[in-house]
Ligand binder design. Structure first.
Ligand SMILES: *[C@@H]1O[C@H](CO)[C@@H](O)[C@H](O)[C@H]1NC(C)=O
Length: 283
């Protein structure tokens, strides 16, 4: 009951860029440490441009550079409501910077040329929570470097360590994001255990599909609101995208991530035939 209430309160006070199934909250870094873009040059901020002349731009999600012109994020980051996707002109990607501050002169802004949302993305279950963003100007900054993706056969080993990066909130129930990039070490969980962890807390209707995996188990460390769409890395590879979870940094609720290896072919096929820009590219 506490979770529902909490999620609802957080949901109401949060900017409306995310679809939030009532029994889940989208994911989000708690308990981590400072990170530098110099050592994690693949990390990007997906920022929404000001809606009105007197409002500010707003960090909405993380993303990762996968190719010179392409970045990977969570599909749910591109949806304001259930159906209407964000327009590519409403958002930009920021790279080459540890800080979210608008005064940071190193920051490079990339306009979006368009995006692919996975055709089987389900905004309710968050299955296939993955999207590719194209940029008009390439990621050529000193600290803008692609991160390799895992092959389809990559083994997501239970209890192995991984690292998440993001500007998401550092205290679970406080609004706002971290002005500086942070990282946290986390542990991979077995999916059945993960499913069970939700079930024993009476959170039903949650399915850990084969396109997802769970991370958690470390006391008060987690990803949190604002980290969605950002990277989870292991052995220098982008193995996960921050997707959803229960409460941030709760002993009972693991974080759930998009299993990037599953999309090896989806990503490569789309990007290989880029010359012809296939139909579902929203530009
Ligand atoms: C990127 O950031 C570095 C400092 O962190 C800076 O020297 C460089 O000029 C910035 N811009 C580009 C285009 O690399």
């Amino acid at each position: 009951m506490r979770l529902f209430l909490l999620v609802m309160l957080v949901g109401l006070s949060e900017a409306g860029h995310r679809r939030r199934p009532s029994e889940k909250s989208h994911k989000r870094i708690v308990g981590g440490e400072r990170a530098s873009i110099k050592k994690s040059a693949f990390v990007l901020s997906l920022t929404r441009l000001p809606l009105h002349p007197n409002s500010k731009s707003e960090h909405i999600c993380g993303a990762s550079i996968i190719k010179r012109y392409w970045a990977l994020t969570a599909a749910h980051c591109l949806f304001k409501e259930v159906i209407t996707g964000i327009s590519k002109d409403e958002v930009i990607l920021h790279g080459n910077s540890t800080s979210l501050s608008i005064r940071d002169r190193n920051k490079i802004q990339h306009k979006i040329s368009g995006y692919y949302v996975h055709s089987k993305f389900n905004s309710r279950t968050l299955n296939n929570d993955i999207a590719i963003l194209g940029v008009k100007d390439p990621f050529d900054g000193l600290f803008e470097k692609p991160i390799p993706m895992p092959p389809y056969t990559y083994v997501y080993k239970e209890e192995s360590l991984a690292q998440a990066f993001g500007w998401g909130r550092t205290i679970p129930n406080r609004l706002g994001v971290s002005p500086s990039l942070r990282k946290v070490k986390l542990i991979l969980l077995e999916s059945l255990t993960c499913q069970w962890m939700f079930r024993v807390r009476k959170i039903f209707g949650v399915e850990i599909t084969s396109n997802m995996f769970c991370v958690g188990g470390v006391f008060d460390k987690d990803t949190c609101q604002g980290d969605s769409g950002g990277p989870l890395t292991q052995n220098g590879k982008l193995i996960g995208i921050v997707s959803w979870g229960g409460d941030c940094a709760s002993y009972h609720f693991p974080g759930v991530y998009t299993k990037v290896a599953v999309y090896d072919r989806w990503i490569n096929q789309l990007l290989d035939k880029q010359g012809t820009r296939s139909q579902n590219y929203k530009s």
